[in-house]
Design a protein around this ligand. Structure first.
Ligand code: NIG
Ligand code: FE
Length: 390
């Protein structure tokens, strides 16, 4: 198999403490060898083994590809007007989801696919090499299954979110809708998905309904993840931990008991700063979670309503400025943290055996990702050993 050595990397973040300094396993003046789709070697340039091909990184920093473990990319239309109204003082509510549901049901498969692939390409250009994405804007058996079928052609990380809000046809009969979500809709959707998610929130699904959705999905082999404690305090986080969900996402309104549960359980706390930014809400307290010992991931939550950003560096910058994270913690959470939230060990790190998902930055240090907010620093992106952006 052909090997490629990337040499003269000013600072390489491996996320493997055994390979370099600190929790990020950083190596100065580093090299990395790719063999086929995986990392074969990482270490100091001076010790690099011979390879078939070479590439001089010119002193630039290299980091693992970002792992965006929470997005909603199966949608049509946009919500510019809602955003404008919000920036003039109207609060965010889950009700806005209905606007996107109406537009998504109207859209053809080609339009949905084009919107998905456009955003995936936008993410790749910004260094994101793994993307989880969800249904949740169809809310009928056919529309949810169609969204997941399309998603599964483009990513392995597909989540069934039939329980995003109660479908308009079931207004006044939420339990009837839950029966649909856990019955025929689950039958149609389970073959296309790896994960099951529910929006556990006032105005969406309560704790009992969320439990019914997640346990039904689990019985069909889907692994739970939960939209939890976004707008209000509630049972979502504790339910996620109790059911050993891979991730509890948002985690904005947390009691001490919620924080303890996350610190002691195996559920990752996935924080979505783009959402609080775009809804002018208070930010989740990453520092409190990290100090308690919870595993924290960062993700964009890219969707047309609450967080229409596809930029992981933007989310990292906000997390550092507003949520008490250090630049190193934010980078770990956007890479290894996302991998943990997806229960993946092959991504989010650049040690031998990992998938060769790698980003070169037009900067000498990865700290520039948050030190220079809004600046497009990503110059080159490899995914599975293939250089897709240059
Ligand atoms: O993660 N919270 C629920 N779902 C999305 C918002 C979707 C929308 O507003 O369209 C979220 O923020
Ligand atoms: Fe979300």
């Amino acid at each position: 198999m052909t090997t490629t050595a990337i040499t003269n990397i000013g600072c390489l973040v491996t996320n493997d403490p055994a390979l370099g300094d600190g929790p990020l396993g950083q190596i100065r003046d580093a090299a990395l060898v790719i063999e086929g789709t995986t990392v074969a070697w990482a270490g100091p340039s001076a010790a690099a083994p011979a390879a078939d091909r070479g590439l001089d990184a010119g002193g630039r920093a290299a980091v693992p590809g970002f792992v965006d473990s929470h997005s909603h990319l199966l949608f049509a239309g946009d919500r510019t007007e809602e955003f404008n109204a919000r920036m003039s003082g109207r609060p965010y509510s889950a009700g806005g989801i209905r606007t996107t549901v109406a537009a998504t049901r109207q859209a053809g498969d080609r339009e949905l696919t084009a919107t998905l692939t456009r955003h995936l390409a936008e993410m790749l250009r910004q260094g994101t090499t793994t993307v989880e994405t969800k249904s949740g804007y169809g809310l009928t058996v056919e529309d949810e299954a169609r969204a997941l079928r399309i998603a599964a052609r483009h990513t392995a990380e597909v989540t069934y979110l039939g329980a995003h809000i109660v479908a308009p046809e079931y207004a006044g009969d939420p339990d009837g809708y839950v029966a649909r979500v856990t019955g025929p809709m689950l039958d149609a959707c389970a073959p296309h998905a790896r994960w099951i998610d529910v929006f556990c929130e006032q105005g969406a699904f309560d704790g009992d309904q969320a439990r019914a959705v997640l346990t039904a999905g689990r019985a069909r082999g889907l692994v739970p993840r939960v939209h939890a404690n976004q707008l209000t305090y509630g049972p979502g986080v504790r339910l996620a931990v109790e059911l050993e969900a891979a991730s509890a996402d948002h985690c904005t309104h947390l009691t001490d008991a919620d924080v303890d549960a996350l610190a002691q359980g195996r559920t990752v706390a996935t924080l979505l700063p783009g959402c609080e930014f775009s809804t002018r809400a208070r930010y989740p307290d990453a520092r409190r979670l990290l100090d308690a010992g919870a595993v924290v991931a960062l993700s964009t939550d890219c969707n047309p309503g609450s967080s229409f950003t596809s930029s992981m560096p933007f989310c990292m910058a906000v997390a550092v400025r507003e949520m008490g994270m250090t630049p190193d913690e934010a980078l770990w959470s956007a890479t290894a943290g996302g991998a943990a939230a997806l229960r993946r060990t092959d991504i989010g790190r650049l040690s031998p055996g990992a998938r060769a998902d790698l980003v070169l930055l037009d900067a000498p240090s990865p700290v520039h990702l948050v030190y220079r907010p809004g600046v497009p620093l990503v110059t080159d992106v490899w995914r599975s050993g293939e250089r897709l952006v240059r």
